[in-house]
Write a protein that binds this ligand. Structure first.
Ligand code: 3PG
Length: 307
């Protein structure tokens, strides 16, 4: 029987697991669950007889593919697949897919929540400010960026976005101003929402110069990936400009040092929480299960991200 393993170090909500189970079992497949695993060995043992794998940010590399001799498909229930070694997957003949858009509203809501938190001085009792009428620059107009724009417009913010991979008319049709360069985005906006994937092009791309160019009271909200930040440049900018703030759902390696030095001008969730809602878990988890069923029953590779 085809065995689908859900391996999540950070588990889905129980209701999402129920939904995944129903899709898998209705298709005549078997579901296995490995949640909150503590060691690589546990994961390698669990994948040994799996035909399909559903993961979140779980790292899947050569060790997993070498141990999973029956594996044919891995679906990352979420957007970013920088945690999967695509070359190793291809070398082992394994299809890798993601579930684009399924958890993007959850991430976008958190981004706005963090903007409010920054505007209200982390609720420390002092007078803060409002988001209405303030400028917001969105770095990348993908699924999360589009949801950030939609919600921010509800707050009455003046929204612009930069995205070299998104046609300008798509940005304009969303009622958002097109910004031509990342440099202009940081220079012209009090708030910047980082929604870019971690790629060789974006890693460490946000640092001292961009942060220093921001208007007075600049706030950067990162719900994307920690790797896109140059942490040394971030610390230097926060040190030289007491008005800047950096709030992230993706804790930097230097989080403890930054918190000690800059207090409530920085904020980091203890664990990545953007997609951690029942709705996002249900949407992404069930989409992943359906994609696996479509792969085995119809040969569909619609959301494949490796060649
Ligand atoms: C994603 O890429 O989909 C988000 O970063 C969510 O990741 P998570 O499933 O690990 O919470």
């Amino acid at each position: 029987m085809t065995k689908v393993l859900v391996a999540t170090e950070k588990p889905f909500a129980a209701v999402a697991v129920d939904g995944i189970r129903k899709v898998v079992e209705d298709a005549g497949f078997e579901l296995a669950l490995l949640e909150k695993y503590n060691s690589r060995e546990e994961l390698l043992k669990a994948v040994a007889d799996a035909d399909a794998l559903i993961i979140r940010s779980d790292k899947v590399g050569e060790d997993v593919f070498a141990a999973a001799l029956k594996l044919k498909i891995v679906v990352r229930a979420g957007a970013g697949y920088d945690n999967v070694d695509l070359a190793a997957a291809t070398a082992h003949g394994v299809v890798v897919e993601n579930t684009p858009g399924q958890n993007s509203n959850a991430v976008a809501e958190l981004a706005l929540g963090m903007m409010v938190m920054a505007a209200r001085n982390s609720y420390d009792g002092t007078s803060g400010s409002e988001l209405m009428g303030k400028t917001l620059g969105i770095q990348a107009f993908g699924q999360v960026g589009r949801n950030v724009a939609r919600i921010a417009k509800g707050f009455g913010m003046n929204v612009s976005a930069v995205d070299p991979y998104c046609p300008a008319e798509v940005i304009r049709e969303a009622g958002v101003e097109v910004c031509d360069s990342v440099a202009d985005l940081y220079r012209n906006n009090k708030y910047v929402s980082v929604n870019i994937p971690a790629t060789p092009e974006t890693i460490k791309s946000i640092g001292y110069d961009l942060l220093m160019s921001m208007p007075k009271g600049g706030v950067v909200i990162n719900t994307a990936r920690k790797e896109v930040i140059d942490e040394e440049g971030l610390a230097k900018a926060l040190d030289e400009r007491a008005d800047l703030k950096y709030f992230a759902d993706v804790k930097p390696d230097s989080a403890a040092e930054l918190t000690e030095r800059f207090g409530n001008r920085v904020f980091f969730t203890p664990k990545k929480m953007g997609a951690q809602t029942a709705e996002a878990n249900i949407n992404a988890g069930i989409a992943a299960a359906r994609q696996i069923v479509a792969y085995f029953k119809e040969g569909s590779e619609r959301f494949r991200v490796n060649k």
